[in-house]
Design a protein around this ligand. Structure first.
Ligand SMILES: [Ca+2]
Length: 397
């Protein structure tokens, strides 16, 4: 099929329980999540790349391939298919730019999707087709390609060049893992980023006043690769930050879980798998951080912002999120490593915001408010659309 006319996005992620649900949003978010009958796609997901983060990159790659298969995402016809609605998948960096790799088994299990049931197996024919769909030379006898951010960068070069030459709309990057791959793109092809990227929406960071979750002041994604985050925040392209201050509002509570377990979309297998995602995540968030009402599904916010930025307006004034200068602490010896320092009163901004999104200016929009119930309305609309897709493919229960 031809591509949809939704907003073109690329998802760079490290699945991950909340990445799994972010991917559902990226594939199926409708333009109108509460209107019932309007099922036009809000987004056109061009591809997915993975990075080392919640788990080593081999695991996040396998998880992304299994999730794309579960959701019934279309396969690209070949490695340079830019025209059909296929969703490309690439394996990005296995290490941060300048820090030792670290993963997060206490929250996500050893393989990144601990406790999740009902996913198609890595060795199955459908998942293997997905694993190799965007690689020209399958490596015989291996279930996964070797990690090579070079393959991803070469593909991004071809994709962005194609889109710029054809005059297609700029692509938004949604990043829900450490920012290694996105930083490599910015360092490798700055001109293509300037011409071909609309904005970069990240889940990451913890504004001053918010506790970190994996450092005293640091959120996990930024902590894993602070140098990459420093590059991304200070590139002259709009950056939107969904940090812990706002993602901790996105609690998938008991009533939402019960609604999911009621199988209203008619696809019991899909609902049960997603319920296992949420339940494991709820358990680890309870034991690790004392969240008793449900897990904060951080990563969905970055995708939801692209779909419906009005969900993040101030509930009392209706004002949109504000833009500030954000800088990242990269010093390895500092207790504050990976913290995101925000200049709320613009005391250090040296350049007017209308001309500059880079270093020294107001370089990021910082999300602070969230309409939680509309977010979960969107989740159930995505679920319904995914169930319809799986029914068309004949894979639902
Ligand atoms: Ca993630």
């Amino acid at each position: 099929m031809a591509r949809s006319d939704g907003k073109p996005i690329w998802l760079d992620c490290d699945p991950g329980h909340d990445d799994a649900i972010a991917l559902l949003f990226a594939l199926f978010a409708p333009q109108n999540c509460t209107g019932g009958s309007n099922f036009a796609a809000a987004l056109d997901l061009l591809g997915v790349s993975v990075v080392a983060g919640n788990a080593p990159v081999a695991a996040t790659y396998a998880n992304a391939a299994r999730l794309l298969t579960l959701y019934g995402a279309a396969l690209p016809k070949h490695s340079r298919d830019f025209e059909s609605d296929g969703v490309h998948l690439f394996c990005g960096s296995e290490v941060p730019l300048n820090k030792l790799p670290r993963s997060d088994p206490d929250i996500h299990g050893e393989d990144g999707l601990g406790g999740v049931t009902g996913l198609p197996s890595l060795g199955s024919e459908q998942v293997q087709k997905r694993v190799w769909a965007s690689y020209d030379v399958p490596q015989q006898r291996h279930l996964l390609p070797r990690s090579s951010p070079g393959e991803l960068l070469v593909f991004w070069h071809a994709l962005l060049t194609h889109r710029i030459k054809k005059g297609l709309p700029k692509m938004t990057i949604v990043a829900t893992g450490p920012l290694t791959n996105v930083a490599l793109l910015m360092r490798g092809f700055p001109d293509l980023v300037e011409q071909g990227i609309e904005e970069v929406v990240i889940m990451g960071g913890a504004p001053p006043g918010t506790r970190g979750n994996r450092g005293p002041l640091a959120e996990f994604n930024i902590l894993v690769d602070p140098e990459a985050a420093d590059i991304v925040f200070n590139f002259d392209v709009p950056v939107v930050m969904a940090g812990l201050n706002v993602t901790h509002q996105a609690i998938f509570g008991r009533s939402h879980l019960e609604r999911l377990q009621a199988h209203q979309c008619g696809d019991q297998a899909l609902c049960d798998t997603l319920a296992s995602v949420v339940t494991f995540f709820a358990d680890t968030y309870k034991s690790e951080f004392g969240f008793t009402s449900g897990p904060p599904v951080h990563d969905v916010l970055a995708v939801a912002y692209v779909v419906a930025p009005e969900l993040f307006n101030c509930p009392t004034t209706g004002a949109p999120p504000k833009r500030y200068q954000v800088q990242v602490e990269t010093a390895a010896h500092s207790l504050a490593m990976g913290s995101t320092v925000i200049d709320f009163y613009a005391k250090t901004c040296q350049r007017p915001e209308e001309e500059w999104w880079g270093r020294g200016g107001r370089n990021a929009i910082v999300l602070e408010h969230l309409d939680v119930e509309k977010l979960w309305d969107m989740f159930f609309a995505c679920l319904e659309r995914c169930a319809q897709r799986r029914k068309q493919l004949g894979v639902s229960s």
